[in-house]
Design a protein around this ligand. Structure first.
Ligand SMILES: O=C(O)C(=O)C[C@]1(C(=O)O)C=C[C@@H](O)C=C1
Length: 306
């Protein structure tokens, strides 16, 4: 059962200069995730998620934050794809409670709104509220970026969906809050680094893995994965088959495309536990491609920032 918290019990003894890259501008949920996971860090805003991951690969940043799943949308395959294309490892997970605000220029009322801007995921999460408002939806690159755009262009017929923090930074008013379709709305982020987890010793570990297979092999592969872990008493915490027209993975210097991938998270560490290692080895024996994305401290807390 997840616990609900406003501060991190897994806080690491970070050096103050730890630099964490994220997509968006200050006040974006990814930046809030970075600050919660790595207290005292510097955050590095990036235009795209891919440039945030590249910043880690090149050494410009120590970590990058990737949103990987939400209660309302499930797994964000586009972001797992980045983990597969780049040479980075998962160092931590963090889940935020996402309570979206509707933000507008001071003095603007709902009746004046003609359009609402936000990240496409946020617009999708707030579909019912937007339908009630009868406004046009304008996707932009991140939630806080919508707030900044609205404020710098002084738009009086528009609102943004974003965090209260993003509104505060740009001096916008909160004209509604909790506008997501489902009251319980959380997003899980992975924090990646070049070398995986550093510094967390005592928390129970978990491992994230991706298994690629041919389109017509899905059922057989599912049975093999379940049996490899169940027969060794290893608990799965996530198993989702995702993909469609080809998931690209980097294998050495080559890129290969697979029709389907299975995203599997399980308790335990491939680095520290023999039964876990054996289960992964068994899956490797029958899958087209397996990549262990990282072993890291399991964190079931849902962080509530607002
Ligand atoms: O745009 C942001 O603020 C982000 O951090 C990105 C993102 C996402 O990609 O899912 C993160 C969490 C929210 O659910 C909406 C958008």
């Amino acid at each position: 059962m997840a616990s609900f918290s406003a501060c991190s019990p897994l806080e690491l003894p970070h050096k103050l200069s730890l630099k964490v890259a994220y997509q968006g501008v200050p006040g974006a949920y990814s930046e809030l995730a970075a600050r919660t996971a790595c207290p005292g860090c510097f955050t590095l805003p990036c235009r795209t998620l891919s440039s945030a991951v590249l910043a880690v690969e090149s050494g410009e940043a120590d970590r990058a934050v990737l949103p990987v799943e939400s209660t309302m949308d499930g797994t964000a395959l586009r972001n797992y794809d980045l983990l597969l294309r780049h040479d980075v490892r998962v160092a931590r997970e963090i889940t935020l409670f996402v309570r979206y605000c509707l933000l507008a220029m001071p003095g603007v009322h709902k009746a004046a709104l003609r359009r609402v801007m936000s990240h496409p995921v946020a617009l999708a999460h707030c579909g019912r509220a937007l339908a009630r408002l009868g406004v046009d939806r304008e996707p932009v690159e991140d939630t806080a970026g919508a707030v900044r755009l609205l404020s710098t262009r002084r738009m009086f017929d528009a609102a943004a969906i974003a965090s209260a923090r993003a509104g505060e930074i740009c001096g916008l008013d909160v004209i509604d809050e909790g506008v997501q379709d489902e009251a319980w709305n959380t997003t899980r982020f992975l924090i990646v680094s070049r070398d995986g987890e550093v510094g967390v010793a005592r928390a129970p570990k978990k491992t994230s893995m991706v298994v690629a297979h041919a389109r017509d092999d899905a059922m057989a592969m599912l049975r093999r994965v379940l049996s490899a872990f169940a027969s060794r008493g290893v608990n799965l915490t996530k198993l989702e088959v995702v993909g469609g027209d080809g998931v690209v993975v980097r294998k050495g210097r080559r890129l290969r495309a697979f029709a389907r991938v299975m995203v599997v998270d399980f308790e335990g560490s491939v680095e520290e536990e023999e039964n876990v290692r054996e289960a992964v080895k068994e899956v490797e024996g029958s899958a087209a491609f397996v990549r262990v994305l990282g072993c890291y401290a399991s964190d079931k807390t849902v962080y509530n920032l607002e």
